[in-house]
Design a protein around this ligand. Structure first.
Ligand code: CU
Length: 308
């Protein structure tokens, strides 16, 4: 499941591309300034070594004060003002692209996972599907502490602040899977507060979001009854059943996710191990180790795997 660390220098959408277009000029300008300063320094050192350092004090400076005023004040001010104006312009362009977004997804950041709520009633966790090739508006909120939404290949960071709605947009050029990360320290599992933005071809997205909005099919197995009777139902929702807890992720279509809790592949083995004791994957999460017997747990896991 581990993928290479995503980078803003590997942009996959117009947001990150704009940021990259600021990053490189800034790198080259600062490199040029650094090299020029080093050249002056090395020249002075070479001259000092040749003529003796005492002679430097006695020599009448050729450019003197005008040089200090121009190279030390005027040119740096010009460069900084130029970069400032250019970045303001780029930031303006960056915020404008989102004005075209017609689709809005609410993303609620929580310790230590991400909930995505869609206009048609679909609710999912840690895997935020978007249609590829168009900007999508995100409404960012937080259920507990401050978090920060960051998908390096797609966009700049934006904070999730409890009690305050922030808006941003994301767009991916092509269908693909883009790794995101909480970028504001939020507690023990901050580093494991991982999510994926999954950009789908528009027709694939439509199908996905329609499926996610539907209630779970009643399975009628002992595992389903165990899940509903156990503590699981107090923290997790499975739409279409009596399970309506909201401390943990909505599990209505858990089987369609590629990961569990954003951190491991969604396999039977991992699902069982996570349900038995999530603290082996994410120490400190508010989900307790299970009180079910091994056989009961197997039945519950079978049930969870039917939730597609
Ligand atoms: Cu966080």
């Amino acid at each position: 499941m581990m993928v290479a660390a995503p980078s803003i220098l590997d942009p996959a959408g117009p947001g990150a591309r704009l940021i990259e277009s600021l990053w490189w000029p800034m790198l080259w300008i600062s490199t040029a300034v650094f090299v020029i300063v080093c050249v002056f320094l090395l020249r002075a050192m070479a001259r000092g070594r040749r003529d003796g350092y005492e002679s430097l004090d006695r020599r009448e400076p050729r450019w003197g004060e005008p040089f200090i005023a121009i190279a030390g004040v005027f040119i740096p001010a010009l460069i900084l003002a130029g970069v400032y104006v250019y970045s303001l312009r780029q930031m303006d362009v960056l915020s404008d692209i989102g004005d075209d977004a017609s689709y809005e997804i609410e993303v609620v950041a929580r310790n230590w996972w991400w909930e995505a709520r869609y206009p048609n009633g679909a609710v999912t966790a840690n895997e935020i599907h978007i249609p590829a090739g168009e900007p999508v508006r995100l409404k960012l909120t937080a259920a507990d502490v401050i978090h920060s939404f960051w998908v390096p290949e797609l966009q700049a960071k934006t904070d999730h602040v409890p009690g305050h709605d922030n808006y941003m947009w994301i767009e991916a050029d092509e269908p693909g899977r883009y790794r995101g990360q909480c970028a504001e320290f939020c507690g023990l599992q901050h580093a494991n507060m991982i999510f994926y933005v999954v950009a789908d071809a528009p027709d694939v997205f439509d199908e996905w979001v329609a499926n996610e909005a539907a209630d779970a099919d009643a399975v009628g197995t002992p595992g389903e009854q165990l899940f509903l009777d156990a503590s699981c139902a107090g923290c997790h929702t499975v739409r279409g059943t009596t399970a309506d807890g909201d401390l943990g992720p909505d599990l209505t279509h858990l089987a369609t996710r590629e990961t569990i809790a954003g951190v491991v592949a969604n396999s039977r083995e991992n699902l069982r191990a996570f349900s038995a004791d999530p603290h082996t994957f994410k120490p400190g999460v508010s989900m307790p180790p299970t009180e079910l017997s091994p056989d009961e747990l197997d039945a519950v896991v079978d049930y969870l795997m039917e939730l597609d």
